[in-house]
Write a protein that binds this ligand. Sequence first.
Ligand code: THU
Length: 154
Amino acid sequence: MANPESLTPLSKDELQELAERAISAKEYAYCPYSNFRVGACVLLSTGAYHTGSNVEVAATPVGICAERCAIAPIVASIKRPDMPVMRALAVSTDIDPPASPCGMCRQFINEFATSRDLPIYMYGKDGLSGNVVKMTIGELLPMSFGPNDLKRNE
Ligand code: THU
């Protein structure tokens, strides 16, 4: 894990870029069953942006949310000690007020967040010109179950 101190506040430009990418990622959503488009984007401490969108399949529980779609390839492509810090996550949907990450995604985000203060920005139907909700993973998932809880059993 990189130094958690690199969870520094985003500049205006970084937040704008993160939001725009999450909003555009919605265009790649494959959601013929729900017609509910979701886009997500993660900003890493390396400066890289990683997007994801929801991908559904006919066997409905098998689909994946946009947030996990964005995060899993990062984890799966970087060796553990070199894992960069997630500085922020943005999620975009077509509803207002904006949707928040589902419970399963909250656990997933929490697993790879180096701080409970990881900010999550939620954008709704009017994108950047509409309402934005900002909450931390700690606020979205109080009393989370994480890797440290497993260690407590050793
Ligand atoms: N969805 C997400 O992508 N992220 C969430 O946090 C909530 C739900 C997707 C899953 C499914 O493809 C569609 O939205 C409707 O539930």
